[in-house]
Design a protein around this ligand. Structure first.
Ligand SMILES: Cc1cc2nc3c(=O)[nH]c(=O)nc-3n(C[C@H](O)[C@H](O)[C@H](O)COP(=O)(O)OP(=O)(O)OC[C@H]3O[C@@H](n4cnc5c(N)ncnc54)[C@H](O)[C@@H]3O)c2cc1C
Length: 152
């Protein structure tokens, strides 16, 4: 199997077409990972992953510790795959304090059909429905791609 490291531009291309990612958070020395829906934006040298959530464990943990890790993958089979690992920081987009960024996030996220459905699903009737729009500011990222079996 050949594995190559991807350039930042190749990582951008994968992230631009990604719709689902794994978000890893950590609080009180305990890791927590869940799938989330994402949309990606590159503005000059700044890169962001945008998402939306109920007020639950992952948002509470990211408020406590904004440093997160996000993984995106395109899996064909065990020898044909691409994965991107992003290290970044949670930034909550308060609709009043960050009106422009929050509106921009809504516009980006609404471009994705049904992006909101998993986030809006309540797990019990006692849950409080409080949507939180946030982005992950990308501090560093790496990509690896397996391109098939070695002929050796
Ligand atoms: C394809 C896909 C896309 C999704 N997109 C989004 C999105 O954009 N935004 C969003 O907020 N959510 C999304 N979800 C749902 C997300 O994975 C979480 O289930 C949900 O957000 C609740 O997370 P929470 O931290 O608020 O958990 P809480 O509701 O606070 O629940 C806490 C506990 O529930 C359990 N739990 C939570 N989520 C899961 C899970 N998925 N599987 C198993 N156990 C779980 C854990 O044990 C956790 O400790 C998506 C799910 C899928 C499959």
């Amino acid at each position: 199997m050949w594995i190559k490291n991807l350039t930042d531009e190749e990582c951008d291309a994968i992230l631009e077409r990604a719709t689902v990612a794994r978000l890893a958070t950590c609080a009180d020395n305990r890791p927590y990972i869940v799938p989330i829906s994402i949309t990606y934006e590159r503005t000059g040298s700044a890169r962001f992953l945008y998402s939306f959530a109920n007020l639950g464990q992952k948002v509470r943990w990211m408020r406590q510790n904004p440093f997160v890790c996000v993984e995106v993958e395109e899996l064909v089979d065990r020898v044909h795959w691409t994965t991107i690992v992003v290290h970044g920081r949670f930034e909550e987009l308060d609709p009043v304090q960050h009106r422009d960024e929050a509106n921009s996030a809504y516009a980006l996220l609404h471009g994705r059909s049904e992006w909101w459905q998993p986030a809006a699903a309540r797990t019990s009737s006692t849950d409080l429905y409080r949507p939180v729009v946030y982005r992950i500011r990308v501090d560093a990222m790496s990509g690896r791609q397996a391109t098939g079996r070695s002929s050796a």
